[in-house]
Ligand binder design. Structure first.
Ligand SMILES: *Cc1c(COP(=O)(O)O)cnc(C)c1O
Length: 377
């Protein structure tokens, strides 16, 4: 029995929704299914406006345009994140300023943000790692006092909340990913959540190649023209149809994942007590979506050897990220605020375990027992 790291979950309704889109004959963007997805997101999150994009990367790129990032403008973010968090701003000439992460959640260390602010700082980009919220009250307070924008990279955060607020709706802008490796999926896909009214109209224009086509379709203008810089950020209806089937089951998917997450958490309790590992921490006031289950190995435990042993036992466990500040492009385009010690040590000690809807307790027992046996050997 091989246990893969990820297996996309299908609700069973995707193909019938796609067939409906096909029958309608509207296959480009912003048809009926896209509108239903927007309505679901707005209703579910309370965002002023939700816009589907073809990826979270695209939503971040839109956010960078909306934030009016100019060459040399600085954007504060963790180094421990996916490349798109930084790339989106670098594309506009922005400079990522990397700040270290917290020991417990692996989220940006909010106590280090204020000292990283300079006269060039334009925005803060908190990344909600593993779907567990950053300390948003502190971050929003800093942003308010320094007149900065907050763009939440909530790629992993759908269905998670911070003090009752859905992730992606606390900052001025927020982004979701529906990539196949996330909880709710459409293959490739994403969304931009707009929480600050002043960005709504401009966001529609940027997403439609810099034109006011959305207003034209609503009958608000009699022709559409090039208004400002933009690109094609919207997905086609086939993608939206697939996604709506997933939205229908978002609660079920989250509950299933939470049960799997809890089973691991219980299974590794003894290992943590014995000092071999740290288990994930969910901060007070946060409800998470079980996007990820990971272990942080104590010093002296050989991650490579453990991953090899798991592979030999048919279990596909993985690690990430190569911290951006240590990557070639990160060194070229960004800079670090202070040494990133926690980022460096955690990125070298993390092990991510299989977690997907359909993973059985029997499979989980195998993962847990293989690790216990290896550590105790
Ligand atoms: C997955 C992910 C992205 C990119 O999402 P895509 O939809 O693949 O573009 C960005 N940031 C973080 C933190 C992610 O986990």
């Amino acid at each position: 029995m091989k246990i893969s790291f990820n297996k996309p979950y299908m609700t069973g309704r995707e193909l019938s929704y796609i067939a409906q889109a096909h029958a309608k004959g509207h296959l480009s963007g912003d048809g009926e299914f896209t509108k239903k997805c927007h309505a679901w997101l707005e209703q579910k999150t309370g965002a002023k406006k939700a816009l589907l994009t073809h990826s979270c990367t695209a939503a971040l790129e839109m956010a960078a345009i909306l934030a009016d990032i100019q060459p040399g403008d600085e954007v504060i973010m963790p180094s421990y994140t996916f490349v798109s968090t930084a790339n989106a701003f670098v594309l506009r000439g922005g400079v990522p300023v990397f700040v270290d992460i917290r020991l417990d959640t692996l989220n940006i260390d909010e106590t280090l943000i204020e000292k990283a602010i300079t006269t060039r700082t334009k925005a803060i980009v908190p990344v909600h790692y593993a779907g567990v919220a950053c300390e948003m009250d502190t971050i929003m307070d800093i942003a308010l006092r320094h007149d900065l924008l907050v763009i939440e990279d909530a790629a992993q955060g759908i269905m998670s909340t911070y003090k009752g607020k859905p992730l992606g709706t606390i900052g001025h802008l927020g982004t979701y990913s529906f990539h196949e490796t996330k909880n709710v999926i459409s293959g490739e896909g994403g969304a931009l959540l707009i929480n600050d009214e002043r960005f709504v109209e401009q966001a529609e224009i940027i997403r439609e190649k810099g034109t006011n086509r959305s207003q034209f379709f609503r009958g608000q203008v009699d022709k559409y023209t090039w208004q400002e810089v933009g690109s094609s950020f919207l997905p086609g209806e086939v993608t939206a149809a697939f996604l709506l089937a997933q939205f229908d089951e978002a609660k079920f998917i989250t509950e299933k994942r939470i049960a799997i997450w809890n089973y691991y958490h219980h299974g590794f309790e003894s290992l943590e007590k014995q000092g071999y590992i740290h288990r994930p921490v969910i901060s007070e006031g946060c409800e998470h979506n079980a996007h990820m289950y990971y272990l942080l190995l104590a010093e002296g435990i050989d991650r490579g050897a453990l991953l090899n042993n798991l592979e030999q036992n048919g279990i596909n466990a993985v690690f990430h990220y190569v911290p951006l500040h240590s990557s070639p492009a990160g060194q070229r385009y960004g800079r670090s605020h202070k040494p990133l010690n926690v980022t460096n040590t955690h990125s070298e000690s993390i092990v991510r375990l299989p977690l997907w809807v359909g993973l059985t307790e029997q499979m989980q027992d195998k993962v847990i027992n293989t690790i216990l046996k290896w550590v105790w050997k």
